[in-house]
Design a protein around this ligand. Sequence first.
Ligand code: 8YV
Length: 328
Amino acid sequence: MSKPRILVARAVFPEVIDRLAVHFEVSHNQVDAAWSKADLIARLQGMAGAFTTGGERIDAEVLAACPDLRICANMAVGYNNFDLPAMTARGVLGTNTPDVLTETTADFGFALLMATARRVTESEHYLRAGRWTKWSYDMFAGAEVHGSTLGILGMGRIGQGIARRGAHGFGMRVIYHNRSRLAPEVEAACGATYVGKDELLRTADHLVLVLPYSAESHHAIGAAEIAQMKPTATLVNIARGGIVDDAALAAALREQRIAAAGLDVFEGEPRVHPDLLTVPNVVLTPHIASATVQTRRAMADLAADNLIGYLVQGRPITPLNPEVLGAA
Ligand code: 8YV
């Protein structure tokens, strides 16, 4: 019997390609060429499965043009690149990579918070530029982290990881806002108190965004929300570009209406709003919150396991639209 055909849309660990090749006829993109939507559609012809990352949009047009497709396995916990209702309507399973990146991403959220509050990259640029000629009492004086109030918008697994770090590691008062309130025992375990969004914005010394992107969360932080924040506050976005209105944020940072921001994700990335590149009080990183070797490998392995689990054994590990399974 011939093996099912799959497409791996981006370069991944060679060992993962080798694992997949045991079960599938694999087409890959190990040169990591930038494919247009038309390229993706052309390459998906005859494929039963796709290994995708957050960069490949799987929408009604792609699905209509690729009738053999049965599963798209995303190497990401976020899946806003999937039109999930359209996939479900066509009987195409979507899977993501939850859990394996939670702690690593929470670590990075905290790294960005610390770098932002304590002006790490701004001061490094100053030093590298040869401008450090003497010490002074107020040089790069930043915001206190320990003992301050940590606000978290979006309290899923990663938000809870950040809350635990803040409450238990840094003695912070942790407040959060989420679509639904957590169970009391979960709140207690991560030392977090539920508040309304306005109170979160007004009270947080450091506000970390960890909510999924959707039409509802588009520009959840825009000029009006920034205006509610303390002038001394910092804002960290490790969620998705588009949750923050980057133009409004750049203007607020330039006018020091808030103290600083740390951004790992951007509207329209890998493009970055040009105004963000010229304001000093922002730490910018290229979407690396889950980037440790171990975690990226675990994410790739889980995406591969979903393809093998579904197409070979009929049991995906982390399905996003399990209703497709009943219908298959
Ligand atoms: C991915 C992410 O690296 O998992 C997510 O949702 O944002 C990152 O961990 C990125 O989406 C590429 O797939």
